[in-house]
Design a protein around this ligand. Sequence first.
Ligand SMILES: [Zn+2]
Length: 358
Amino acid sequence: MNPRPIPVINVRGSPREMGQQQGEAARAQIQRSLTRYREVFPQALRMTWAEGQLEARKFLPYGESAFPPFVEELRGIAAGADVPFAEVWTLNCYEGVIESRDQVWGCTCVAVRDDLTANGHVLLGHNEDWNSVDQDTVYLVRAEPADQPAFIGITYGPLLVNIGLNEAGIGVAINAVHPADGRVGVPRVLSSRAVLNTRTIGAAIRACVPKLRGGGYSYLLADPAGELYSVETSATAHDILYGEEGWLVHTNHYLAARMQALEEPGTYTSSHVRLNRARRLLKAQLGHVTVPSLQVLLQDHVNYPRSICLHQDPADPLHERTHTLASAVMDLSERILWVAPGPPCEGEYVMYQLDGES
Ligand SMILES: [Zn+2]
């Protein structure tokens, strides 16, 4: 039924080895992605691809200092895909390089505690909304790191895996946010990848707030005990929101007053509409939330095309078109990930187990 099943890549070993295997297996997706960004980059950023690489190069010492294994993983990805590391690095810094260019990205995240779901499992849902140039470069990685927890997650192009869950049951999803204090520093993608190496919710929170950050996401974190956190970060500040009522929803504007003070001026209309809609849909099912009911929530079309299930708007210029590239629902109690190619209303969710074959 799925018109575009998502490829699954299995990797294992050291960071360099895992990157190399990811790069080799996803070479076509990575090369396709880079080819397109070379075209859209100048339109989107009013700088050349070469200038973008020079800008991204400034972030490298910070990444190497904070998270050396993941820079090694990226060097492996570049080698495996037979593309320059500088280009791979540039896309992993993309949101840092574009920081001042006020493009608002999407993504909707929800998390529910075990006592509010039908089967007593902790669930986390996420729609990954991104530039439509990556619509056919999405893939799933199942990893067995040499000295770290096994994990499974989704990514696209040459990006590190940074949405998924690990064998300790730690789940991570991210929302782009738009603070005004962006600077050259540690790229945020490294933090969400780092969460997948953690075994406790505390370590997961710490991974989101390294010193000398270049910018920030809102990270939605959850563990099998039902501890739910939104860690809202920017380059110079953060706030930690707890899912005291047993559920959390996040989109693309800050919820903490401390962080709102740093936010770029704007209406964030789509983000507010998606947040309120997801909250309403979730609250209506508290006590009996299921994996399928979260999948339905993630396929919602209120405010179409800028809905939770985000579709391209033909009125937008090509380089600004975005849609839901992939939709994920995680069962952190069972270490299971359901993924649908996006937009999820057009695809079918497929189940992937951490230690499975499929
Ligand atoms: Zn849709």
